[in-house]
Design a protein around this ligand. Structure first.
Ligand SMILES: Cc1ncc(COP(=O)(O)O)c(C=O)c1O
Length: 422
């Protein structure tokens, strides 16, 4: 049982993060072949082919070298002497939680570990305490995983439309729509930080303030809980998650964060966990204690909410490296770099008459969505592929061309994208 084994501690060190009290992992900043201040060096950490401009890297992460090496180290250890290695890495999940907390700005004990955003949303919406007569407020712009997880829960769900034309969406309008949708029966507000159908970024902090005002005089079981699918914000937006004000934030760590494929987190406010029931048995100490000797496990915590069972631990433990990789580069620097490229794409697209941008100019993250007059999005994406540019079509009824600049693209890539579109 991994959770109950040896405890290890992560402490912040001069060169980023240093694992104390256990076999030291080489931190990204300590590597001689990686200069986190040099974007060329950052790009070199990825084995992604140079023959393709990688504007869809956010769909599923390639592993940067520190992550790939950590996976390989753990895989080799598990393959050589499985049980002994498992035992030796008893604090592996703690190290992930600690690195995540450092990045998110919150507490390690508020991070649950999952396999994906979809798994996290499924666990959250299956487990959140919703009494008879209460309902869920969500929006028309969320992804399948949110809508379907809510449908499977079988509670009443109301959907609001936050904007008609995404290109004209404003923070004020979106906040007002959520405010108008709140009623005394609203138990959950289920939204997505960055809409993957349009690139619109929601003002989560302002929405959290509206929800907090709505909750002001309500008992905990009557309060609306703000729950956010953050997968297109985590690893690209500058905000610290713990400052957003939401109750729960769900994300894969295998998109913009470039973490191991098949990994994710649920982060919750300390006081919000008790509003959930675990959905799958965890391998945490309190859960086992309940089974062994009937000692009540107590209120739900992130550890109790983390699904148990043995996992692909080489990937799970390597999530710590993904957070460290971003920490040494710097959350704000990643956000600024992405934003610069977004602006460059917008400027380039503005010069192509047949292109209509669907992502607003205001605060966006890394996604840029657009239509090309008279062209099917799939045909545009196929033709871009012919020019060595990787883009995607939005997996929604509203089909659009979608590109995402990131830490694996450059100004030169953006210029090639625009030239290909021309
Ligand atoms: C908004 C949104 N949420 C969730 C997902 C699914 O993420 P995951 O693979 O981590 O479940 C996607 C796309 O893949 C998405 O666009």
């Amino acid at each position: 049982m991994v959770e109950l084994s040896r405890r290890r501690v992560l402490t912040a060190g001069a060169a980023g993060l240093v694992v104390a009290g256990c076999t030291a992992e080489p931190t990204p900043a300590a590597r001689t072949d990686f200069d986190p201040t040099d974007w060329g060096s950052v790009r070199e950490q990825f084995p992604l082919t140079r023959d393709v401009r990688q504007f869809s890297a956010y769909v599923l992460a390639a592993h940067p070298r520190p992550v790939a090496e950590a996976i390989e180290r753990h895989r080799a250890g598990l393959d050589k002497d499985t049980h002994a290695y498992l035992d030796s890495q008893g604090g592996g999940e703690d190290a992930v939680r600690a690195a995540a907390a450092e990045y998110l700005g919150g507490r390690a004990e508020d991070v649950a570990l999952t396999d994906s955003t979809t798994m996290g949303l499924g666990l959250l919406y299956a487990g959140v305490k919703i009494a008879a007569g209460q309902d869920v407020l969500t929006t028309e712009h969320d992804f399948y995983s949110t809508h379907q997880a809510l449908r499977m829960r079988g509670v009443p769900v109301r959907r609001v439309r936050l904007y008609d034309d995404p290109a004209l969406a404003t923070a004020d309008e979106m906040v007002a729509k959520i405010k108008a949708g709140l009623t005394s029966s609203t138990r959950v507000v289920a939204v997505t930080w960055v809409h993957s159908v349009s690139g619109v970024k929601l003002p989560i902090r302002a929405i959290a303030d509206v929800v907090a005002a709505h909750n002001a005089d309500r008992a905990p079981a009557e309060r609306a809980l703000l729950c956010v699918d953050a997968v297109h914000g985590l690893g690209v937006a500058p905000e610290r998650v713990a400052d957003l004000g939401c109750d729960f934030l769900v994300s894969g760590t295998h998109k913009w964060l470039f973490g191991p494929r098949g990994t994710g987190i649920v982060w919750g406010k300390a006081e919000a966990w008790a509003q959930l029931d675990p959905v799958l048995p965890s391998f945490s100490g309190p859960a086992f204690g309940e089974w062994f000797d009937g000692r009540p496990a107590g209120p739900t915590t992130a550890a109790l909410f983390t699904p148990g069972g043995y996992h692909s631990f080489e990937h799970r433990w390597a999530v710590a490296e993904a957070f460290r990789f971003h920490l040494v580069i710097g959350r704000e620097r990643v956000a600024a770099r992405t934003r610069e490229q977004v602006e460059r794409i917008r400027a380039g697209l503005a010069g192509i008459a047949s292109v209509s941008l669907r992502t607003p100019a205001a605060d966006s993250a890394g996604l840029v969505c657009f239509d090309v007059a008279g062209e099917e999005p799939q045909a545009v994406v196929a033709r871009l592929a012919g020019h060595g540019v990787s883009a995607t079509v939005t997996p929604y009824r509203e089909r659009r061309v979608r590109v995402g600049p990131s830490i694996v693209t450059s100004d030169e890539d953006v210029d090639a994208l625009i030239a290909a579109l021309r």
